[in-house]
Design a protein around this ligand. Structure first.
Ligand SMILES: O=C(NC/C=C/[C@H]1O[C@@H](n2cnc3c(NCCO)ncnc32)[C@H](O)[C@@H]1O)c1cc(-c2ccc(F)cc2)cc(O)c1O
Ligand SMILES: [Mg+2]
Length: 214
């Protein structure tokens, strides 16, 4: 049977990247998406903004929603301080399997806990299962209509503290209008839009950074 796009992306990483070198894995995926097949990774332009926010926050606790093939997982994990791990949630087993291999190829498996399951099911269990009180940094890049229900779930589960930073991909394309309206109008968040482009295209897109005010 025909291979899947994530499987072809993994092959491109194994062929073109250097084992244990996260930057070469990032470059190999971006090259594949620019020259072979578009894929919904955050990409290099928005990825640089992601890098700068992660570096600025220097988080001790990190959550990613929507691993897909692990591109942004690798971008984030490569910047974390020694001993810091990130939790990434992915409910599609085929995508999770590819992501595990891409994360391992980058040599970052010890900095990543990939949980196969849905955010709605797992967010309420994180405190007890992982001994985490609150998250310093959360990257949202899963189904766009789930951003709003999940941020409300973070509030309900007490997973945010004064200063927690949430960064959301695709707030323009495909868009998350209800999420944007919420974080931009809620007195509990200080929100800022980072304009960029949809990965590997000239279409407008951007990231929304929202700081929880407690
Ligand atoms: O749709 C986009 N991303 C979705 C990501 C889904 C991944 O996350 C996983 N996932 C989804 N919901 C959950 C969940 N919880 C929610 C369900 O319970 N819990 C755990 N994992 C979840 C999926 O299994 C996938 O691995 C997108 C589209 C374009 C795009 C733009 C323009 C175009 F023309 C075409 C496409 C650009 C982008 O950057 C994009 O991110
Ligand atoms: Mg995205």
């Amino acid at each position: 049977t025909r291979s899947t796009r994530p499987q072809r992306m993994l092959k491109a990483v194994q062929k073109n990247a250097t084992k244990g070198n996260p930057q070469s894995v990032i470059s190999a995926i971006d090259y594949f998406c620019k020259n072979s097949e578009w894929a919904m990774n955050v990409g290099d332009e928005k990825g640089s903004i992601l890098d700068s926010v992660v570096t600025e926050v220097n988080p001790s606790t990190v959550l990613e929603l929507g691993t897909y093939c692990g591109y942004s997982t690798v971008r984030i994990a490569r910047l974390l301080s020694p001993g810091t791990k990130l939790i990434t949630l992915e409910f599609n087993p085929a995508y999770a399997a590819v992501a595990r291999q891409i994360i391992a190829y980058a040599g970052l498996q010890d900095k990543v806990t990939l949980v196969e399951g849905s955010s709605g099911e797992w967010i309420p269990q994180i405190k007890e299962r992982f001994g985490i009180t609150t998250f310093d940094f959360i990257f949202l890049d899963h189904w766009k209509d789930q951003y709003l229900p999940d941020i409300k779930l973070f509030e309900e589960c007490g997973l945010l503290r004064k200063g927690s930073v949430l960064l959301a991909d695709n707030v323009i394309c495909p868009g998350a209008p209800d999420y944007l309206e919420y974080v931009r109008n809620s007195p509990r968040y200080e929100s800022r839009y980072y304009p960029a482009h949809l990965e590997y295209t000239k279409l407008e897109d951007g990231l929304e950074k929202s700081v929880f005010l407690g």
